[in-house]
Design a protein around this ligand. Structure first.
Ligand code: ZN
Ligand code: ZN
Length: 411
């Protein structure tokens, strides 16, 4: 058994060497919650050891966001500092590696009015757009890894005392990130290789649509002619380095056609969105747009999400994850997108990734939009996968090919 200390060190190493793949001479932009100072400092230490000339660390305090949502004047909620954007933009444009440490209270914003939170989110997204463009285009290497904060652990393990809950969440994070068995770098090489087999098989088929069927779900997702299935890692435009944007990652994903989605999809897990929970929800699509929706809990939050802009009502990502994936097998609900999305097949409302279109990062956006790219200020994943999910791929000829049966690969 490796000690906690060793595993947290390995997580820091993994985030730098596999996550952003930091190169000697490359600067690191590091963002994370104040609770994660322990990991932030380990990352900084290793970044300097790997030859970073400078590590710029920014600490975030999510309680301050809640305070603002509850106390700010209504007409000041659409403000977000351009100076913050300019700082980050300068660094990522130069090609600094961008590492985000996540981990937050899934219920943080629940005491606040969803409309006020939505206004804050919208203004932040609008101002930060030049940075998210760089992220979506893989201009520089970027990655996200999560830190177990106590409020998150309490939500995942409500029946356990605080200390044990935290320990269990850490165990789950370490297992999902493959840092619990020594040599995580080698384990990730093997894992990425396996993921690429699935994406290559899907690219070989060049499907024109996928049909998703499960209890409460009957959805036809048209795919752009120029769609590309991606998995695991990507190459950064600025230095060509191979990076892995999500630790963990189990998904193989592409872009749905923003105009060619029809039918109904039911979420198979609750969605934790901006510190608010949306549960038991379904969306009905026509010509690519949501025309009807319902939720057992958090319907107002869902409504606010769909109203962010026109693209928020359309899809930007379709991702396949077998039900037998290790995160799925924990049987846990993490109330955290990075973990829950890697436990189940999912769709995203909002912006697509340029990398999921053929030569997408080097062609004008207008061209991609004509091919079915979804443009939006937001990108929110929600899960529909389960052991009851069947997926067929539709060829241009109309022929159907089984892609998944009962939640497992059938290719
Ligand atoms: Zn995804
Ligand atoms: Zn996504």
């Amino acid at each position: 058994m490796l000690s906690f200390d060793r595993k947290l060190d390995d997580l820091a190493t993994l985030a730098l060497r596999v996550g952003v793949n930091l190169q000697p001479g490359q600067r690191l932009l590091l963002l994370g919650p104040i609770e994660a100072a322990d990991l932030m400092r380990r990352v900084a230490t290793k970044a300097y050891d790997l030859g970073a000339p400078y590590v710029y660390a920014l600490y975030l305090d999510e309680q301050i966001s809640l305070i603002r949502a509850q106390h700010s004047a209504e007409d000041a909620l659409d403000e977000f500092p351009e100076a913050h954007r300019d700082l980050i933009h300068t660094m990522v444009e130069r090609g600094d590696a961008y590492l985000r440490i996540g981990g937050s209270d899934p219920d943080l914003m629940s005491p606040a009015d969803p409309q006020r939170v939505a206004t804050m989110v919208r203004s932040q997204r609008r101002v930060m757009r030049p940075v998210s463009d760089m992220v979506q285009r893989s201009h520089m290497p970027w990655s996200i890894v999560d830190y177990a904060v106590p409020a998150w652990a309490a939500k995942v393990f409500p029946e356990l005392p605080a200390e044990q809950a935290l320990e269990r969440l850490w165990d789950a994070i370490f297992a999902a990130c493959r840092v619990d068995a020594g040599d995580p770098i080698a384990a990730w090489e093997r894992h990425l290789e396996q993921l690429s087999h699935a994406s290559e098989a899907l690219n070989g088929h060049a499907f024109s649509a996928l049909h998703l069927r499960a209890p409460g779900t009957d959805l036809r997702v048209g795919l752009p002619e120029t769609h590309v299935w991606e998995s695991g890692g990507q190459h950064a435009a600025c230095n060509g380095a191979h990076f892995v944007a999500n630790l963990p990652t189990e998904e193989v994903f592409t872009a749905p056609h923003a105009q060619l989605v029809s039918g109904t999809v039911s979420a198979s897990k609750p969605l934790s969105y901006q510190g608010q929970l949306i549960e038991g929800f379904s969306l009905t699509f026509q010509d690519g747009a949501v025309v009807d929706f319902a939720a057992e809990r958090g319907e107002a939050v869902l409504k606010a999400l769909l109203e962010i802009d026109e693209g928020a009502r359309r899809l930007g990502e379709l991702a396949l994850v077998p039900h037998s994936s290790p995160i799925s097998q924990t049987g846990l609900l993490f109330f955290n997108t990075l973990f829950d999305e890697n436990a189940a097949c999912h769709l995203a409302l909002g912006r697509a990734y340029e990398t999921t279109f053929k030569d997408g990062t080097s062609r004008p956006l207008e061209e991609l939009i004509r091919e079915g790219f979804n443009q939006s200020l937001t990108h929110v994943d929600f899960m529909f996968g389960s052991a009851a999910l069947d997926i067929d791929g539709e060829k241009a000829s109309g022929a159907l090919v089984p892609v998944m049966r009962k939640g497992e690969w059938a290719l």
